[in-house]
Design a protein around this ligand. Structure first.
Ligand code: 5AD
Ligand code: SF4
Length: 442
């Protein structure tokens, strides 16, 4: 989501005459977009600002003004504190206010720093101009993000999102469809629908009815030229019947689902306020796999949540073993100020580290097995960009694996069938099968 947000800020700034540059040294304005989901995010921001100080001072000596803006959830959470601790920062702007970035910069220029951490009543998406990328003709990447939903009302006891991103909000259907059509018009072939709780999506359609995520996906699937649809990230509670059915009925919906469970212990799930149990999760996974047998699952896990015993952790290991993940993210619990779990008695750091190691060993073994099963298979890859070696392109498999393919650059943006020859540590290597080059380049 921060990648998407950074792109939208680029659009806002493009309207005001800014161009993107490659390095901080060349910039008149430096925006740090930040994440606050786990610890140390704020400290990282302060040390990064410290690194930028000489740049700002050197520019001043040359008579040039360099501005620094802190955006994202650290900005939202820290607010004025950032200016107090790092007075060289000009603008602090929370994720709901990006459309006000230009005005905030103007205020900072007129004197003093500008802090924008309100949750304005207007919709920021209404004020963010259509993409610079679309204007420039071709999309930078044939796989694009599109935010459909933001915020969260779930209040898991470990999580800052409901505080930093605010309550659940779904963008209206018409705006999403228009943005999707624009993207496809600029060459986009794959759209990843984004939301902190994307499957809780319930956007208003033009006839006033409420659309679910499944309804939205089916409508998007009707757009000619859009070949692949994904969505992330989902909550098990919101995995509605129609969405499960869409995995069965909609070929454009890719067979990959990020469905975080966080823990395999019912006691810990309750303490986390997840509002689902492990058996419910197993049932859900069964139903999803019934609908789409080749569905690859991914998840998020937290180890060392307050109160997690060795038995609770064993339940997580057991859940992972039973479900089988194609990939997953796992973290040590990190107390976030202002969240309920931060106040509870904490698990020893060494215990957390040891559990994380065991969990990651199991998850990485599963990922290796999942990738190894691709050996010799023919799969479709959307070629996205040049690879590391000349003559090589990189794209994604339906299961979101990175695939390196020997193919000419004009095939970027095409979906090609490839045969997987080799399995790397983090990606697959493949040779192109079809369609034939002549047809594609014609
Ligand atoms: N500590 C550790 N991990 C966390 N996550 C969210 N909050 C915390 C926290 N306080 C993880 C969850 C979530 C992912 C985005 O980050 O697993 O799904
Ligand atoms: Fe955070 Fe996700 Fe829980 Fe919402 S559902 S509070 S975003 S972990």
């Amino acid at each position: 989501m921060n990648v998407y947000d950074s792109d939208r800020m680029t659009d806002v700034l493009a309207r005001d005459g800014y161009d993107a540059v490659e390095t901080a040294e060349d910039a008149d304005l430096i925006v740090l977009n930040t994440c606050h989901i786990r610890e140390k995010a704020a400290e990282k921001v302060y040390s990064e600002v410290g690194r930028l100080r000489p740049l700002k001072e050197a520019a001043k000596e040359e008579g040039r003004r360099v501005e620094i803006a802190i955006a994202g959830c650290v900005a939202q959470a820290e607010g004025e504190e950032i200016i107090r601790r790092a007075p060289i920062v000009d603008v602090v702007i929370g994720p709901q206010s990006y459309h006000r970035l230009g005005a905030a910069l103007a205020r900072a220029r007129a004197g003093g720093a500008a802090v924008e951490t309100e949750f304005p009543s207007e919709d920021k998406f209404d004020h963010i101009p259509s993409r610079a990328r679309a204007r420039s003709g071709l999309a930078a990447n044939p796989a694009a993000f599109l935010t459909v939903q933001e915020g969260c009302d779930k209040f898991c006891t470990f999580c800052v999102v409901p505080y930093t991103r605010g309550g659940e909000f779904s963008r209206p259907v018409a705006k999403i469809l228009a943005e999707a059509r624009r993207l496809v018009g600029s060459g986009v072939r794959e759209i990843m629908l984004l939301g902190q709780n994307v499957n809780a999506y319930h956007g208003e359609a033009e006839d006033g009815s409420d659309w679910s995520l499944a309804r939205l996906v089916l409508e998007l699937a009707d757009i000619d030229g859009l070949e692949r649809i994904r969505y992330t990230t989902s909550h098990p509670r919101d995995m509605a019947d129609d969405l499960i059915a869409a995995h069965r009925d909609c070929d454009k919906l890719m067979p990959y689902l990020h469905l975080p469970v966080q823990s395999g212990s019912d006691k810990i799930l309750a303490a986390m306020n997840r509002r689902h149990g492990r058996e419910e999760y197993f049932r859900l996974v069964d139903r999803l796999r019934e609908a789409r047998p080749d569905l690859a699952l991914s998840g998020d896990f937290i180890v060392g949540f307050p109160g997690e015993s060795e038995d609770d952790f064993a339940a997580t290991m057991d859940l992972v073993a039973r479900v089988g993940y194609a990939s997953a993210y796992s973290f040590k619990y990190s107390p976030r100020p202002g969240t309920p779990a931060a106040e509870r008695e904490q698990v020893d750091e060494a215990v957390k580290s040891e559990r994380l190691q065991r969990l990651q060993a199991l998850l990485s073994e599963q990922q290796t097995r999942f990738n190894a099963a691709m050996q010799g298979r023919v799969i479709d890859v959307l070629l996205e960009k040049p690879g590391r070696r000349p003559g090589q392109l990189v794209g994604r498999s339906p299961f979101l694996q990175a695939v390196h393919v020997d193919a000419p650059a004009h095939l970027i943006g095409e979906i090609v069938s490839v045969k997987v020859d080799e399995i790397g540590a983090n990606s697959l290597f493949a040779s192109q099968m079809s369609p034939p080059l002549e047809r594609l380049s014609a």
